[in-house]
Design a protein around this ligand. Structure first.
Ligand code: UPG
Ligand code: MN
Length: 751
């Protein structure tokens, strides 16, 4: 008998040519690096043991050796990303039977109505409600860590708006379902196909309704802002829990429950005496509350600024989750983070090209990427603390130790994940009351929440930590980067915001590096593949780029000023080695940038921002973690601001660096620029006078490269007078730091 062939839901392609080229490059480059380290180390030991040289040589060569070793080590870890890149295609249109689709709970997090405008948050909420998925299986939860009444108010309004917006989108096949994004485009790509008279008038009507909704929210916000500021601070730090299912009565009255997804507002309890564990804490509350109400077997997590840009993402993710060969060990499907506000210049490299166009493709060819905070569909089961295929503890006492004492919650722990809402509504069965208990501060006490169950608390990069631990437990993940961005967010567009964001990541990553979960050790100990462990560990060691960058931005320059050569002469064969390593490394980067749709300018911008981040964000991350390790301070989340002033937007659009608001984090950057500029002038003078160009060639080149790439910074403190220039106080501090460094150089090299 002939069996009907079911077409596959997705396809995997290993990029063999790229893998071969990468591997060849990696082998040659590693050999060259080894030789270079040999050169450095042998001279270092020579200086160390010979008595004819001063300790200055030993010290400088030690610094260079350390920084080159660090760089090579991080490079080697990153090499694993290039080992087996793959790409995927999914065919959501082949999922014909809606009845087989599992329930999805969407968690959206917001934390501060001042930094995250409620209207934008509501756009994300509405776009999530408008996912192309059976409405009765879709529940959207908004976790409001700001505890703001304005957010709750805006949500009620958003629900009413969604009642007209969703039918409109469905009827006309609108793909951009965040109303703000939709109406700010003149024509949607697909509009052309359906431009009938009726559509046009409906669109106008919708636009009018959106404007009315927008005005309601903005007016309420204005009223809220003129209110008592201390109240909003209190709401953030000290308040009771509040959970509300929005629009329940309206739906009851209209009898249209099957047409609209549910929308739930979740405000967890916060007390100043209780650590709230930032986003991970918020997500775990959402996890518990949702288990009680909808108990969807899959969860989509979104940051409040990450709207859904393509309604098909849910079904696309299901192409992987429902594949019986993948499913048993598949924890999550990660979509790339993409941004709607990136300017073509992208001076801050906010699109994170390397992560989402190179690294995650490489990870996907191994066991899959770690979580990227937002835009992933994860299995609820994977978050409940077991390895794939293993059951939860049978014993009730043990279950309580894991999940807490709520019997209602324990009852939801079953493999068939069923929605808990019974026909006669929410209030009657006390579920909401129980939900409030689950959102209270004390609930997690003595349980495994944040340690083994749910999202992990040990780090402010909860996404990385959780993803990594899931992998260690045997779960896999998938990365899918379809042609149309599934989600679009808001990238920070001032230098300060970018640096602060990276500093948080550095600190968070180092929290893990210095814990007992150090990925390199813990990964290998838990039997994880070496290559994948290397990919994951790359992040954990990335903050140490600062060691290399700080050293390379100062030591060769100070030596240059004092006429001391640290690299081989031009005529020395070892010179060729240094030059080749530099050139081949740069070419590989350039090749990758061009291959992933970037340009020459992208390449240059990435090089520059890497230098900037390394000496500032990574360095301060290291300092902060050192302070934490000795118990001086606690790590904070440092929310990125999603509102930018108009002149800042203009500067960003023009591709002009914006230093406004930057604090001490900028000092190493400015100091580095001044020092390199001074060293370049002094170095050129010395070479002309002494003719020592051959010995100092590498140092001159390095100083020139840094000075050229620092041009926007030099311009920022020396030439510009607008509000976006380097704050004068920072310039002042940096000049002092430069002078200290110069004097130090003088002392070290002349004594
Ligand atoms: O106490 C907190 C702090 C933050 N958030 C939310 O977390 C999300 C991310 O915060 P944001 O300030 O936008 O940080 P980003 O640096 O843009 O976030 C990146 O890095 C985070 C980890 O540091 C990840 O969680 C994010 O998904 C990832 O996009 C936002 O929706 C916030 O509302 C909370 O819910 N509670
Ligand atoms: Mn963000």
């Amino acid at each position: 008998m002939e069996t009907k062939q079911i077409p596959p839901l997705h396809k995997l392609q290993v990029e063999r040519t790229r893998a071969t080229i990468n591997r060849a490059f990696l082998s040659v480059h590693s050999l060259m690096l080894l030789a270079l380290l040999y050169y450095r180390a042998s001279w270092f030991f020579f200086f160390l043991t010979s008595h004819s040289h001063t300790w200055t040589f030993t010290l400088t060569w030690f610094l260079l050796l350390t920084s080159e070793l660090t760089l090579s080590f991080i490079w080697l870890l990153g090499a694993a990303y290039r080992w087996r890149p793959v790409s995927r295609t999914a065919f959501p249109e082949r999922l014909s039977d809606d009845s087989q689709l599992p329930g999805i709970d969407v968690f959206i997090c917001t934390a501060d109505p001042a930094k995250e405008p409620p209207l934008d948050v509501m756009n994300t909420v509405v776009s999530a409600m408008a996912l192309d998925y059976p409405a009765e299986k879709l529940w959207v939860y908004l976790s409001d860590d700001g505890g703001a009444d304005i957010t709750l108010y805006a949500m009620r309004k958003a629900f009413s708006f969604a009642m007209v917006w969703l039918p409109f989108c469905r009827k006309y096949g609108v793909r951009t379902r965040s109303p703000n994004a939709y109406f700010s485009k003149e024509i949607e790509e697909d509009d052309g196909l359906i431009r009938r008279g009726e559509f046009c008038s409906e669109r106008e009507k919708m636009k009018f309704m959106y404007e009315a909704f927008k005005e309601q929210v903005e007016r309420a916000k204005e009223m809220d802002l003129t209110g008592d500021d201390s109240l909003s601070k209190k709401a953030k730090a000290d308040r009771a829990p509040l959970i509300e299912v929005i629009g329940e009565n309206e739906l009851d009255m209209m009898g249209v429950h099957d047409k609209m997804p549910h929308l739930v507002y979740v405000r967890r309890e916060k007390r100043p005496t209780h650590p709230h564990n930032f986003k991970a804490g918020a997500l775990n509350v959402a996890l518990r509350v949702s288990s009680l109400l909808s108990n969807g077997s899959h969860i989509l997590v979104l940051d409040c600024d990450m709207y859904s840009n393509d309604p098909t993402s849910a079904k696309t993710a299901m192409c992987f989750h429902l594949d019986p060969t993948l499913s048993p060990s598949l924890a999550f499907v990660q979509f790339p983070q993409m941004f709607h506000n990136i300017n073509p210049n992208d001076i801050y490299c906010g699109q994170l090209r390397e992560v989402f166009k190179v690294w995650w493709y490489g990870c996907d060819g191994l066991n899959g990427p770690v979580l990227s905070g937002t835009g992933f569909y994860i299995k609820r089961e994977a978050l409940y603390g077991t390895a794939p295929g293993l059951d939860l503890p049978k014993d009730l006492i043990q279950r309580r130790q894991w999940f807490g004492h709520s019997n209602e919650l324990l009852r939801t722990l079953r493999s068939d994940y069923k929605c808990n809402i019974v026909e006669n509504g929410l209030q009657s069965n006390g579920l909401l009351q129980e939900a409030h208990l689950l959102a209270s501060c004390n609930y997690e006490k003595g349980t495994k929440w944040g340690k083994q169950v749910g999202f992990y608390y040990d780090s402010v990069v909860e996404d990385y930590m959780t993803g990594f631990r899931l992998h260690c437990r045997g779960w896999n993940s998938i990365y899918y980067d379809p042609p149309r961005p599934q989600f679009l967010g808001n990238a920070p567009n001032t230098l300060n915001d970018c640096l602060v964001q990276f500093k948080r990541w550095s600190t968070g990553l180092l929290e893990i590096t210095f814990s007992r979960y150090c990925p390199l050790i813990y990964g290998i100990m838990s039997g994880h593949s070496i290559l994948h462990t290397m990919c994951i560990s790359y992040w954990a060691f990335m903050p140490f780029y600062s060691i290399f960058a700080l050293c390379y931005a100062t030591v060769p320059q100070l030596s240059l000023l004092n006429g001391i050569s640290l690299y081989p002469k031009v005529s020395d064969p070892w010179f060729a080695l240094f030059a080749t390593v530099f050139i081949s490394g740069s070419f590989q980067h350039l090749f990758e940038v061009l291959h992933t749709g970037g340009s020459f300018r992208t390449w240059w911008n990435e090089l520059r921002i890497w230098m900037i981040r390394s000496v500032s964000s990574n360095f301060f991350g290291c300092l902060e973690i050192a302070a934490r390790l000795i118990g001086v301070r606690r790590v904070d989340f440092g929310l990125t601001c999603k509102v930018t002033e108009e002149d800042q937007v203009v500067r960003y659009a023009k591709g002009v660096f914006d230093f406004q608001g930057a604090g001490i984090i900028l000092v190493p950057v400015v100091t580095g620029s001044i020092l390199n500029m001074v060293a370049l002038i002094g170095g050129v003078g010395r070479v002309i006078v002494e003719g020592s160009y051959s010995e100092l060639m590498v140092q001159l080149f390095l100083t020139l490269l840094i000075t050229i790439s620092s041009y926007p910074i030099i311009e920022g403190f020396a030439i510009r007078r607008d509000a976006g220039r380097v704050p004068p106080l920072i310039t002042f501090f940096s000049i002092i730091c430069t002078m200290v460094l110069l004097s130090l150089g003088l002392i070290v090299f002349t004594v």
